[in-house]
Design a protein around this ligand. Structure first.
Ligand SMILES: NC(=O)c1ccc[n+]([C@@H]2O[C@H](COP(=O)([O-])OP(=O)(O)OC[C@H]3O[C@@H](n4cnc5c(N)ncnc54)[C@H](O)[C@@H]3O)[C@@H](O)[C@H]2O)c1
Length: 288
């Protein structure tokens, strides 16, 4: 495979797509952003300028780098025009399998046949989407962890039909983006980190649900033994207790898991009281 990535298309300019676009542009790639929502696209442009200003104010980048990054960023409402000359697509539309499949089918119509397609999905696996791309060998997951908020790892996960050359290309690209690649040897929902985090937060929640120890005690044990600034309940507050509840509810339903159902009931009490975590000023902890 000869592809060198110079121009990228970011499809979906929401929470993560905006950050991914900001990273690519800052690292020297011509970056086209596309979204079905004009408002989202306009908001993303302002948000990226704000992110660069913060980085410049903190001394992480200089003013010229910020200006050059903004020069390399383009917003395009028309998907056909957005796709012209693009070497790689990074998809960040909502976590809905039918929507993602429809978007990849559309992209297959408008992109060059050798354009590499990647998905930023958090919970799906690439084989659920591969046939819809029309180019399964050029398709893999390239999953970011909020790169502009300090995450500096990216998951690389192919499906059984992904070309090994694409996986090599993505590892090189990760390096160019300053992200450490976490390469999975085979498909696995939740990648590496999310599986570790889910196990930790589930164990912590079970200790609280069974009234073995309070959230504060559980966090204190983790923080002091592991020399960590935050424990599992503090992490849940950052994730958002509404999001944690939605994920637990999905698992409880899909797996008929009674343990998870007890966690759902426990988290639901917090959410009903409006205690959503950091975003609402109060979750397991209070935030000023
Ligand atoms: N939020 C995170 O921290 C994070 C981190 C890693 C991965 N992800 C994954 O990235 C994806 C997006 O998550 P998000 O939190 O940014 O969602 P979001 O809702 O903030 O943004 C999604 C964007 O996609 C746009 N969109 C919807 N349909 C579209 C279409 N047909 N074509 C183009 N754009 C379309 C929406 O208008 C919206 O701006 C999900 O798969 C999620 O699992 C999210």
């Amino acid at each position: 495979m000869e592809t060198t990535v110079k121009r990228v298309l970011i499809v979906g300019s929401g929470t993560i797509g905006t950050q991914v676009a900001a990273l690519f542009a800052l690292r020297g790639f011509d970056t086209v952003m596309h979204d079905v929502s004009k408002e989202r696209l306009e908001h993303a442009a302002g948000a990226i300028a704000g992110m660069y200003n913060e980085l410049a104010a903190g001394g992480h980048i200089d003013a010229e780098a910020a200006a050059a990054g903004l020069e390399r960023l383009h917003q395009e409402e028309d998907l056909g025009r957005a796709a012209v000359g693009v070497d790689l697509v990074s998809e960040s539309v909502p976590e809905d399998i039918a929507l993602k499949r429809a978007v990849f089918a559309q992209l297959n119509e408008v992109c060059d046949p050798d354009t590499v397609f990647t998905t930023n999905t958090s919970d799906l696996v690439p084989s659920m989407l591969a046939d819809a791309t029309g180019r399964p060998e050029l398709f893999a997951a390239f999953h970011f962890h909020s790169p502009m908020r300090g995450g500096d790892v990216v998951d690389i996960m192919g499906h059984p039909g992904t070309s090994p050359a694409v996986l090599v290309l993505l590892q090189e690209l990760a390096g160019e983006l300053g992200q450490a690649p976490i390469v999975l040897r085979r498909e696995h929902p939740g990648y590496v980190f999310n599986n570790l985090l889910n196990a930790l937060t589930r164990a912590a929640l079970e200790l609280a649900v069974d009234d073995v120890a309070s959230p504060e005690t559980v966090d204190m044990a983790w923080k002091r033994v592991m020399h960590m600034p935050v424990g599992p309940f503090g992490i849940l507050d950052m994730v958002g207790l509404d999001t944690a509840l939605r994920i637990a509810r999905l698992g409880a339903e899909q797996l008929q898991d009674n343990g998870l159902q007890r966690i759902v009931d426990y988290l639901a009490q917090y959410v009903e009281e409006g205690r959503l975590g950091v975003q609402s000023g109060r979750g397991f902890y209070e935030y000023a």
